[in-house]
Design a protein around this ligand. Structure first.
Ligand code: HXC
Length: 519
């Protein structure tokens, strides 16, 4: 073959590979409102930065007449490119080829990008749109999945791993996204479950739709499996780009520093009026976050799940931080099973990737009741405590209002080795709130007062007395558990100064194989 013909052959092969399962199937994909695997990569990465691996890989299965159906690339597009000029590795499952089902060679392609990403120290983004294990390949595809899972596990805490789910993700296939740091689902055609509706009906008789079993609403609100939801795939891909802007390339690096146009000494007077006089009145902690971070920009994670806790990324003076905040606007910001789990995972992510943690506390305590106790609040609350206590990144805690009981300890108190603990003058740091305390401490006296008015007055007086001692930050400050009581309007500046101070922080824990976080 002449040299020029060889080049033509290469170009033809590339064109064939780019067509995946063919034009008809691409049309069918578009008709469902979905983008193709390649279109997704194009939108995700910086223009022209994508370099593909393994375009000519095909499967090796000679059963079920598969030998007659070999598609270049075998159903997954893999390679690397850049996002805002920083290297990322990607794989994007191609539903137009055998329904994006995972074969032995398909898995090998994914394993290759993961291995390369680990070598180079760059994030991996996986886009899932697949019918699961390629049925014709049997155990080879199961082994392929397990090879990927093992890479996910080894890469965990070393490079950021992010999953987008833009189609089916069913059966054991869900476990690769589940092992990654963040999952994003789209509102269209995206669903995840271990067992589909048909088998669910057969095995346990439950009749349930695919959306109700594993759609985006279920996983963003109820299960907490997905961290982000996007209305469209395009929006989702932009969200992934934004998310990466807060993250370092790997666990040995820092997040990128951004130019900060928001004055670092901006005084936010509104914060001096934001806490209601009535301690039981809610307010939106998102307003406080918005007022203190650079340009009010906050990327909330898990925004629809366990809303009594807010977690997400923001910047102070251009430096990325993780923010963890109780949300008085939802269940009074109480700690329960879901919110503890949500915050614990986020704190561990930040610690693994050198992202300082800012904690805003307004917590009335742990949610009481059998539902929480049976649900294992003891273990889940301990998770959050463990996560904070093992974290060695800079930790700054601001107590805004309530900080009661065990929840006070859990929420990055001084003894969990927070570096800087500030409180607003509205802080109340105590074993419990005034009414609960009086009912316990003065139970006998209350019972002995027969006249109801007199009894009510006694309770009011006792509560007032209790508040005098504990409904303020000064007892905690007196013991040095609070480093300073600050004016709310200065919060931004104090955090920025704290972060700057802590830039050279070095803290280690005793060497060990790994801790045993209460899972
Ligand atoms: C091989 C598959 C396939 C699979 C789909 N296809 N899934 N081929 N193995 N797992 C093929 C179809 O035969 C079809 O080929 C093409 O992909 C498109 O599929 P359709 O069914 O036409 O598409 P749609 O109607 O959109 O339905 C999508 C689907 C459905 C819901 C994903 O295909 C489906 O239920 N597939 C099986 C899902 C499944 O049970 N997978 C195994 C899960 S267990 P043609 O040639 O007709 O276009 C698992 C274990 C992993 O994954 C364990 C890891 C530990």
């Amino acid at each position: 073959m002449a040299f020029e013909d060889k080049i033509k052959e290469l170009i033809n092969k590339r064109e064939m590979a780019r067509l995946g399962g063919g034009e008809k199937r691409i049309e069918a994909q578009h008709a469902k409102g979905k983008l193709t695997a390649r279109e997704r990569i194009e939108l995700l990465l910086d223009e022209g930065s994508f370099e593909e691996f393994d375009m000519f890989v095909t499967h090796r299965c000679n059963m079920f007449k598969l030998e007659e159906q070999k598609v270049l690339g075998d159903g997954v597009v893999t390679g690397h490119g850049t996002i805002d000029g920083r290297v990322v590795y990607v794989f994007s499952q191609d539903f137009t080829v055998f329904g994006g089902s995972l074969s032995e060679m398909f898995a090998r392609k994914i394993v290759k990008v993961m291995d390369e990403a680990l070598k180079v120290g760059a994030p991996v983004i996986g886009i899932n749109d697949s019918g699961g294990a390629r049925i014709q390949e049997g155990v080879l595809s199961l082994a392929g999945y397990a090879d990927i899972f093992q890479r996910n596990i080894e890469a965990s805490g070393v490079i950021p791993q992010i999953s987008a789910v833009f189609g089916p993700c069913a059966g054991g296939a869900v476990y690769s996204p589940a092992l990654t740091d963040f999952i994003l689902m789209s509102e269209q055609q995206s669903y995840m479950f271990v067992t589909g509706p048909k088998v669910t009906k057969t095995v346990i008789g439950e009749d349930i739709s695919i959306e109700d079993l594993g759609g985006y609403k279920v996983h963003s609100v109820k299960s907490g499996v997905t961290h982000f939801v996007a209305e469209t795939e395009e929006e989702g891909l932009m969200m992934l780009r934004k998310l990466l802007s807060y993250l370092p390339q790997n666990n040995l690096e820092e997040s990128p520093l951004f130019e900060c146009s928001d004055p670092i000494d901006r005084i936010e007077d509104s914060l001096n009026h934001i806490i209601p006089d009535d301690v039981n009145k809610p307010y939106d902690v998102l307003d406080i976050i918005g007022a203190i971070v650079d340009n009010g920009e906050f990327m909330e994670v898990h925004s629809a799940y366990a809303r009594n806790m807010v977690v997400g990324f923001a910047r102070f003076n251009g430096q990325a931080v993780g923010i963890v905040a109780n949300q008085p606007n939802f269940l009074a910001g109480v700690l329960d099973v879901d919110s503890s789990r949500k915050a614990a995972r986020f704190v561990r992510f930040c610690d693994a990737f050198n992202i300082p943690i800012i904690t805003l506390v307004d917590v009335p305590g742990f949610m009481p009741g059998s539902a929480q106790e049976y649900g294992g609040i003891i273990i889940h609350g301990a998770k959050l405590m463990f996560a904070y206590g093992e974290a060695t990144v800079p930790k700054i805690t601001i107590t805004l209002r309530k900080s009661y009981g065990g929840a006070h300890d859990v929420m990055a108190c001084k003894q969990l080795k927070a570096d800087l603990n500030y409180a607003w003058p509205s802080a109340e740091i105590a074993v419990m709130g005034a009414s609960g305390a009086v009912q316990i401490l003065n139970a006998k006296e209350i019972k002995n007062i027969e006249d109801p008015n007199e009894q009510a007055q006694f309770v009011v007086d006792k509560e007032e007395e209790y508040r005098k001692y504990f409904a303020n930050p000064y007892q905690a400050a007196q013991f040095g558990f609070i480093d300073d009581v600050i004016e709310p309007r200065n919060t931004r500046f104090r955090i920025i100064r704290g972060l700057s101070l802590l830039q050279t922080k070095k803290e280690t824990r005793p060497p060990k194989k790994h801790g045993n976080i209460p899972l």
